[in-house]
Design a protein around this ligand. Structure first.
Ligand code: MN
Length: 716
């Protein structure tokens, strides 16, 4: 076990301004808190946080991170509370410990690749401060180093799988190659012992033979550097079993084809030395085409810089050679931790202007799902603050934009789930569908077969997927409903006219209009294709005397009219006998008849001398007149049929019918019907209002301009 003074000495060696007293307090506090707790192997439990702190000193991290490592399991495993930590160690450390504790509660259940990626994002979103992630990675590294003490094989396998899926890629992403390699290697040995041992044995055999082959290359390289007066350390190494295994999987090659296991590294002083050495290497040995990579002029996004090339040695063996400066090497080994500097004894931010850029690049990279080792800004992780990651009851992670609701979640899982959602349980507590979700919420959607999307849902979701699905549902439903209405209208209309509407009739209409049968019904349902027009088209001989827009013969009792002058019933107010009317002569000499209180007359007031006092004939009225009604119906199957049936029964002809507005509970239609006079109109209105399905019926006049759903005026 690391002793107290050893820990502080190590820290002081790289950070002279370290607060020794703070480290000591944390050391003693954690040791006392864990007390007599032991680990599975019998060691005092405190040895674990201490080792985690030790790993972080190797990465030369700041005091707050080291203290957090010492305290990281106290809240979870001892009587210590968050308040205690905040009070004793301040806000910064309090928040870091909170962060680590929260991460401990997350458990990845699904090994599915897409899930793992979401889970990694969740991890970063919840870390907020990169140091939380560093402590968690060090924690996992120590747990992996002691994995073999866990007796249950299933538990070891689960931890190893989680390490491969989650922690190793995270370590790679922030550029900590050594941590990544070690995590992968221990996990690989646990998960596939046989393959691990086979590859290791193969490496050993190749190394025994290979060392002999590689050694001369190393010696020759050293000689070359000396001759050209170049400073540099030259050493050889073999690749890690897991990276070899991953490569075999990627390239589909067998173990026997495996020869590319040697690498050789040259650490030199300046960038120009790197390129000079590269020139010497390429002059001396043949290079393998396609293997040269210049990460100095084009660094990896995690900040990694180096030259890579592969040469063919004297015995035809391939050897990869990496050439880099000491600074580049630091970054390659320690990742973002290398950016902590302790200039003048104070932890400072190097290249602070570049930092913003790094964060942005990183956010983009993670958005793009880049799995390469990448790099994180070193204190704040703000890029995921506009996202939330939630769990299904099965443990799958669903990524959503900030502000998302259980309804978004339901649609993200499946459109079917969204459409039948009636409520949700968030972390076991019943919540409404518009509840705002937070990171790591577990969301269970409550379903009902009877449920279907509501108009109000559109304002309850933020995801494009949910919005589009809800709109699509209403478009489709609207279409279906219009088709059904069209069918009802055609059937009753044909019956009233003494014909029957058969499948054959419909195909004939389709043929004549050039529409699909379904579209014919839809057009009729929406009122764009009038029943009268269809009847006239199919049966040209039918009596069409009541067509709209035609001047009606009208007799008046007392007029100042010149015989032979045409009378025209205005389309703005649809006068019928019984209405008080007035005639206005237009420039062409035609007399237009308006209802006495028609709004249009206000416009015509300046021409008052052209007004004529008209009366309807007192008897013998046989002519029919168009009148316009607006009817509100309950939105239910058969409502439209009841209305049309009733009108047919009382002998009223529907000349045109337009749907103005529809929602879940009600729809509004405009009908032009033919009546003899005001009295008959009143009878019709009364009859209509007796229907259960009708909530309102009224006559629409020219002075009642109303907009329909598309914003068009109607009622004139
Ligand atoms: Mn731990």
């Amino acid at each position: 076990m690391i002793r107290q003074y050893e820990l502080t000495d190590t820290i002081r060696a790289y950070n002279p301004a370290s607060d020794e007293q703070l480290i000591n307090r944390a050391y003693v506090y954690a040791m006392r808190a864990h007390g007599s707790q032991t680990r599975i192997n019998g060691d005092p439990y405190f040895s674990h946080p201490l080792e985690v702190a030790g790993i972080l000193t190797e990465l030369k991290l700041d005091d707050a991170t080291i203290v957090t490592a010492l305290l990281h399991d106290t809240v979870e495993d001892t009587d210590t509370t968050h308040q205690d930590i905040h009070q004793l160690f301040g806000e910064e450390i309090g928040q870091l410990v909170d962060g680590v504790t929260k991460l401990d509660k997350l458990e990845l259940s699904s090994p599915d690749a897409a899930q793992a990626e979401n889970f990694r994002k969740l991890f970063m979103a919840m870390s907020q401060d990169i140091r939380v992630l560093l402590v968690k990675l060090a924690d996992r590294l120590h747990n992996m180093r002691t994995l073999h003490f866990i007796p249950k094989p299933e538990k070891r396998a689960r931890i190893a799988q989680e390490t491969i899926d989650l922690y190793a890629p995270l370590a790679g992403r922030i550029g900590m190659q050594n941590v990544r390699d070690e995590l992968e290697d221990i996990a690989f040995r646990e998960l596939n012992r046989e393959m691990h041992d086979t590859i290791t044995a193969r490496i050993d055999r190749l190394t025994v033979g290979g060392e002999a082959l590689v050694l001369p290359i190393l010696t020759e390289l050293r000689g070359l550097l000396g001759q050209h007066d170049l400073a540099g350390k030259v050493y050889g190494r073999t690749k890690k079993p897991f990276s070899i295994y991953a490569k075999m999987q990627r390239q589909g090659i067998g173990l026997e084809q495996l020869s590319d296991v040697f690498a050789c590294r040259i650490i030199t002083e300046t960038v120009s030395d790197c390129y000079r050495i590269l020139g010497l290497v390429h002059t001396r040995w043949a290079m393998v085409p396609g293997r040269f990579k210049d990460f100095i002029s084009t660094p990896k996004r995690n900040g990694y810089r180096s030259l890579h090339t592969t040469i063919v040695g004297p015995a035809k063996q391939r050897v990869e050679i990496q050439i880099r400066t000491q600074d580049m090497h630091e970054i390659a080994e320690r990742g973002l931790a290398a950016h902590w500097s302790y200039k003048d004894g104070v932890r400072g931010v190097e290249q602070s202007e570049d930092l913003t850029l790094w964060v942005e690049e990183l956010a983009q990279m993670i958005e793009a799902g880049d799995t390469a080792e990448d790099f994180l800004e070193h204190t704040r992780l703000e890029m995921f603050h506009d996202q939330v990651f939630c769990f299904t009851p099965r443990g799958d992670v669903i990524g959503l934009p900030a502000g998302a609701t259980p309804l978004d979640f339901a649609y993200a899982v499946h459109t079917e789930i969204g459409e039948h959602a009636v409520g949700a349980k968030v972390n076991g507590v019943r919540q409404p569908l518009n509840h705002r979700l937070a990171n790591a919420d577990e969301v269970e959607i409550i379903l009902s077969e009877a449920q279907s999307p509501q108009r109000s849902w559109e304002s309850m979701v933020v995801t494009g997927k949910a919005k589009a699905a809800i709109r699509r549902f209403f478009r489709e439903e609207n279409h279906q409903q219009m088709v059904r209405f069209g069918q009802e209208l055609l059937e009753s209309g044909f019956r009233d006219a003494g014909f029957s509407m058969t499948g054959k009739t419909l195909s004939k209409i389709a043929e004549m209009t050039g529409l699909e049968a379904d579209d014919v019904l839809h057009e009729v349902g929406t009122g764009r294709l009038a029943l009268q027009k269809i009847l006239t088209m199919l049966y040209p001989d039918i009596d069409t005397q009541f067509k709209i827009g035609k001047s009606e013969p009208l007799r008046v009792d007392r007029t100042g009219l010149v015989p032979g002058v045409g009378l025209h019933l205005s389309r703005c107010c649809f006068p019928v006998p019984g209405d008080r009317i007035v005639g206005v002569r237009d420039a062409a000499g035609q007399v237009n008849v308006h209802i006495i209180d028609c709004a249009k007359l206000v416009e015509l007031a300046p021409m008052a001398d052209q007004w004529l006092d008209l009366r309807w004939p007192s008897k013998d009225i046989t002519t029919h007149h168009l009148v316009r009604l607006e009817v509100d119906l309950v939105n239910q199957v058969g409502a439209m049929a009841s209305l049309t049936k009733l009108l047919a029964h009382i002998g009223i002809n529907i000349d045109d019918l337009v749907f103005l507005h529809r929602d879940q509970s009600v729809y509004k239609i405009r009908m032009d019907i033919e009546v003899r006079d005001l009295r008959q109109l009143e009878h019709v209105k009364n009859a209509i209002s007796t229907l259960d399905e009708v909530t309102r019926v009224r006559r629409v006049r020219g002075d009642e301009q109303t907009r329909d759903r598309e914003g068009r005026y109607y009622g004139i």
